[in-house]
Ligand binder design. Structure first.
Ligand SMILES: [Zn+2]
Length: 238
């Protein structure tokens, strides 16, 4: 009895005549493949077609949801009350207010920042902040003059990471129940570098201004990447 030799040709590029006539290797691998995946060689049953259809619909649905969510976030991510056309007149008036008070370093966009949580999709305070109402502007000037002087002494760019907080927004982000931010008398100010040494420098300048020079009375808080300053009626530290 003759058995089919089980081997793979050494030279695959130039198979010998005998191998071409009797492709034992390919026949073997073909049957092996068939036995491993029999379904691929049969006509698809109705059940298989149904499963494939459901899988395709699920994939399409997921892709559609991804696209929708992306577009939705794009739309909301850049929402800032200062860009709302309904607020244009108020913002222009605020700019005049800053000019008439000789504000040098901070502009309306910075001073009217809604804060990081307002901008961050998925945050508890997302989209909830508002512009500070007009009757709070005058009361903000004392704190503004402090951060203007802080900017002058620090000598480097500063970012306001939180200013006015609407009560609803303050509650949503877990702010203090009687936060000075709701009165627009508080600012959270970060050095552009966000470095601890610069934050320490800012805090030291503010302590000097308040405790040694008595330039203002209020609260000072030091955080990882920013300092909080407000002009409440008595001093507070944290
Ligand atoms: Zn603060």
């Amino acid at each position: 009895m003759e058995t089919t030799p089980l081997y793979l040709p050494e030279d695959m590029r130039r198979p010998k005549e005998a191998e071409r006539q009797e492709p034992a290797g390919s026949r073997l691998s073909g049957s092996l493949f068939r036995s491993l995946a029999p379904g691929l060689f049969k006509r698809p049953t109705k059940r298989m077609l149904a499963v494939m259809l459901v899988a395709l619909m699920a994939m399409g649905g997921l892709a559609g949801y991804g696209v929708w969510r992306y577009l939705y976030q794009q739309d909301r991510q850049f929402f800032d009350p200062i860009d709302d056309p309904a607020n244009a007149a108020l913002v222009a008036e605020f700019q005049d207010f800053l000019e008439s008070n000789y504000v040098i370093y901070f502009d309306a966009r910075e001073l009217l920042t809604p804060g990081g949580s307002h901008r961050r999709v998925g945050s508890s305070g997302y989209g909830l902040n508002r512009l500070p109402p007009r009757h709070l502007w005058e009361g903000m000037l004392a704190s503004l003059f402090v951060i203007e002087e802080l900017r002058e002494r620090f000598g480097g760019e500063l970012n306001i990471v939180s200013g006015y907080r609407a009560p609803l927004y303050n509650a949503a982000i877990g702010g203090a129940r009687r936060s000075q931010h709701m009165r627009y008398t508080a600012f959270d100010v970060a050095p552009k570098s966000r470095k601890a040494e610069d934050v320490a420098k800012l805090h030291k300048i503010l302590l000097t201004m308040r405790d040694e020079e008595q330039l203002f009375v209020g609260g000072l808080g030091k955080y990882d990447t920013w300092v909080h300053i407000d002009t409440r009626e008595k001093n507070a530290n944290w």
